[in-house]
Design a protein around this ligand. Structure first.
Ligand code: SF4
Ligand code: SF4
Length: 371
């Protein structure tokens, strides 16, 4: 088999398994090494400890995979977000378009394993390593270098064919494969994603502060959400699609009407571990877990401002098992019109005797109108 034929068959095998735009880059140090080191030093990884692992390999795969010669990067499309609903009136939360359904890490990992098997048939003895999302490779950088897509101002990868609604996956190989041309940045003068971000997390384009990003705050951030950021979270309980929605390369595309992406906030606050496992145990939401999702649901109820939220938040303030959730529910009650009225004040008064200091502090602030 010629080198050219081998390349074609490896890439076609990926396409056959659902990977789109598989493209090849030659392995070497990444171009943005200094940027990445500075980004980490500034503490921008926040609670994303996995970004601190394999730091040398992220900037130069050879430090961990000295045998690697080529990297195949590919795009795995997912459905765009569903048509918008009136989340305030319906007291529903929002889940990012990619997150519902079987956890994409598992699905893509299975596809990568199958691709690896195909590669072993095409090039017997070929050494490979595969990655999706949290591995030791700088995914967006490799996607750009291989020509899968450029890194947009929102710091996600997008391309002319599929926009940005998708994941990235990579295969490292010890074969020399002819590389593709790097992607061309086609953002031009557009800055719609920057303008659409409610928390100003996209600082100057191409530079994101995850500590202000709703996606980070709702999924990765473990503790209390900074009070000034809470009103900006809107109804998001897991992830955020806002910077991708207006992108011209996504063409305003909307997916099916999927109510599972807009769960009732009351249900999220009422779930125990078993109920959460039944509803979300096989989805990406299991990564943040029941408590963080309930914390976010409390914030979303406050942001919705509906009178119907009072009894739901009151129940969470006095009886949720997690202090983190009780504290955020107290804040949310304080943001409702008239602090939730008599029902709201009763719950907040009761929370002044909560065993947890943070719950007492949030309740005191909410009663004082400082929620
Ligand atoms: S995911 Fe949301 S919060 Fe994060 S940068 Fe995009 S619009 Fe901003
Ligand atoms: S919205 Fe505009 S600036 Fe942002 S990624 Fe899309 S094309 Fe680039």
């Amino acid at each position: 088999m010629t080198v050219h034929e081998r390349r074609r068959r490896i890439l076609e095998a990926g396409i056959g398994l659902g990977f789109t735009r598989p493209r090849v880059a030659r392995v070497g140090p990444v171009d943005r090494r200094e940027f990445y080191e500075r980004w980490i030093a500034e503490g921008r990884a926040g609670d994303m400890r996995f970004l601190l692992h394999h730091r040398r390999a992220r900037v130069d795969p050879h430090t961990r995979y000295p045998w690697a010669r080529s990297l195949v990067s590919a795009f795995v499309p997912h459905e765009p977000p569903p048509p918008p609903i009136d989340w305030r009136r319906e007291m529903r939360g929002r889940i990012a378009a990619y997150a519902y359904g079987p956890d994409y890490h598992d699905v893509i990992a299975r596809g990568l394993d199958a691709w690896r098997d195909e590669i072993a048939r095409i090039a017997p003895g070929c050494r490979t390593a595969v990655f999706v999302d949290t591995g030791a490779v700088f995914e967006h950088e490799w996607a750009a270098r291989a020509g899968v897509g450029w890194t947009g101002r929102h710091t996600l990868t997008l391309n002319e064919e599929r926009g940005s609604w998708g994941f990235l996956a990579e295969v490292l190989l010890d074969l020399e494969i002819e590389p593709d041309d790097a992607a061309i940045d086609r953002c031009g003068t557009c800055d719609r994603c920057v303008a659409a971000c409610p928390t100003a997390a996209i600082e100057d384009g191409y530079r994101l502060d995850p500590r202000r990003c709703i996606s980070y705050l709702t999924i990765e951030h473990k503790g209390s959400i900074d009070p000034p950021l809470r009103p900006l979270l809107g109804a998001w309980v897991f992830g955020c699609d806002l910077c991708q929605e207006p992108c011209p390369w996504n063409g305003g595309e909307r997916g099916r009407d999927r109510t599972e992406l807009s769960p009732r906030l009351a249900d999220l606050l009422a779930m125990d571990d078993d109920a959460f496992d039944r509803a979300y145990g096989t989805t990406a939401l299991r990564r943040s877990g029941r408590i963080r999702v309930a914390r976010n649901a409390a914030v979303a109820l406050g942001n919705g401002g509906q009178p119907g939220a009072v009894p739901i938040l009151a129940a969470a303030i006095v009886s949720h098992d997690a202090p983190l959730v009780r504290a955020h529910a107290a804040w949310a009650m304080g943001t409702l019109p008239d602090g939730g009225g008599p029902g709201g004040r009763r719950a907040l008064d009761a929370a002044l005797r909560d065993p947890d200091e943070a719950v007492r502090a949030e309740s005191t602030a909410a009663l004082a109108g400082g929620g």
